[in-house]
Design a protein around this ligand. Structure first.
Ligand code: HEC
Ligand code: HEC
Ligand code: HEC
Length: 302
């Protein structure tokens, strides 16, 4: 009998606990909804563009189809503004019809972006143009511009990075020191090691080793343009240009002097680091790390 009461008591407290949890959960619901919505937005900000865009860019598509269609959208949109300035109402209306048609077409091209092409601002613009009232047309154009701008802010640079920037992982450089092909990143580490090797061994008074590091650094640096050619089909005039190569030759002279000219070496190595390594990193590392983040956090960004 006592046992039965005890069990009943336990069951009753469990029921109460459950009821408390449920009511608590109900109070938390708005917060859960808000966090879920924010989480979705953060994934959209941090993640890659929608996968179905792959079908609209090389290598799957023969051309950057989506980009070309965007130009097909901006042409008549800008045309509306031009015609209005010229007082050509008929022209503006014709451009609006072409714009609306292209807008509807584009709203179906990427299923994940269907809701990013709302019809209301476009309908409002059509009505404003029909009314012929400039005080209505201006703001209506602005509303449509908002639609364009908010998608561009989130996705345009990501589309650059995904489809217009080749991946450094495809680049191999033949290392002139070991005479072996190296992945770009390994080549960078070898280049940086021979670069730092010069100052490290000079500080330790190990002249021969420092000179050997310099030789390796110099020949590795001068081989870099072969790697640039993997993506650039015309030679680039920054980062590996004659002014940087001249500094490297001057470092060579200062390293070979007896005793080595430590001050010149330090200054010139700093200049090479700033003008070549660092500035080339400013340009090329952001898109590369964007690609890498998408791979590394793929599960979280789904
Ligand atoms: C194309 C221009 C370019 C130049 C010039 C360049 N780098 Fe790099 N470097 C890169 C890129 C791109 C990466 C990132 C590669 C990656 O993450 O796959 C990188 C990465 C590195 C890394 C990091 C490697 C790692 O562990 O991930 C080091 C170190 C480095 N570079 C050193 C140097 C030094 C030193 C110089 C100049 C003597 C130099 N780089 C010149 C483009 C360049
Ligand atoms: C749902 C997203 C989205 C919407 C909405 C959108 N765009 Fe775009 N647009 C893009 C993306 C992504 C690119 C980058 C394509 C590329 O570089 O390959 C782009 C590129 C462009 C470009 C090319 C810019 C350049 O010089 O590289 C123009 C022009 C353009 N959009 C005009 C418009 C106009 C005008 C509107 C609104 C009427 C609009 N877009 C609405 C996503 C959008
Ligand atoms: C993995 C591909 C890749 C490699 C390798 C690469 N770049 Fe670039 N780089 C790009 C892309 C993409 C741009 C954006 C503009 C463009 O396409 O020209 C760019 C832009 C630049 C720019 C500024 C704009 C321009 O086109 O002149 C310079 C300068 C440049 N790179 C130099 C170099 C040098 C020097 C090397 C080798 C040390 C190098 N790049 C290696 C992909 C690469």
């Amino acid at each position: 009998m006592k046992k039965a009461i005890l069990i009943l008591g336990i069951i009753a407290s469990l029921v109460l606990l459950l009821a408390a949890l449920v009511s608590c959960g109900q109070n938390l619901q708005p917060q859960v909804d808000k966090l879920t919505e924010e989480n979705k937005m953060l994934r959209e900000i941090a993640g890659p563009p929608p996968a179905s865009l792959d079908n609209l860019f090389p290598p799957k598509a023969p051309a950057p189809v989506y980009l070309l269609e965007m130009f097909g959208l901006s042409g008549p949109f800008e045309g509306i503004g031009i015609d209005l300035q010229e007082g050509d109402i008929a022209g503006a209306k014709a451009n609006f019809d072409a714009f609306q048609k292209q807008y509807i077409k584009m709203s179906d091209m990427v299923p994940e972006w269907k809701d990013k092409f709302p019809m209301t601002p476009v309908d409002t613009l059509g009505q404003a143009l029909a009314s012929g009232d400039p005080a209505k047309v201006g703001p209506a154009m602005g509303q449509v511009g908002e639609v364009c701008g908010s998608c561009h802010l989130l996705f345009q640079s990501k589309v650059f990075q995904k489809y217009h920037w080749p991946d450094f992982k495809i680049v191999k450089v033949n290392d002139p020191v070991t005479n072996k092909p190296m992945a770009w990143r390994d080549y960078m580490i070898a280049l940086a090691t021979s670069f730092s090797g010069v100052s490290n061994d000079l500080q330790q008074g190990q002249l021969d080793k420092a000179r050997q590091h310099f030789k390796e650094f110099s020949v590795r640096f001068k081989t870099l343009p072969a790697g640039c050619a993997a993506c650039h089909n015309t030679p680039r005039t920054y980062f590996v240009d004659p002014s940087v190569l001249a500094m490297i030759d001057q470092i060579g002279k200062a390293v070979d002097a007896t005793p080595p000219d430590a001050k010149t070496i330090g200054e010139l190595m700093g200049a090479v680091g700033n003008e070549s390594c660092m500035k080339c990193h400013f340009v090329h590392i952001p898109p590369q790390q964007t690609k890498e983040r998408w791979e590394k956090f793929e599960d979280m960004l789904k």
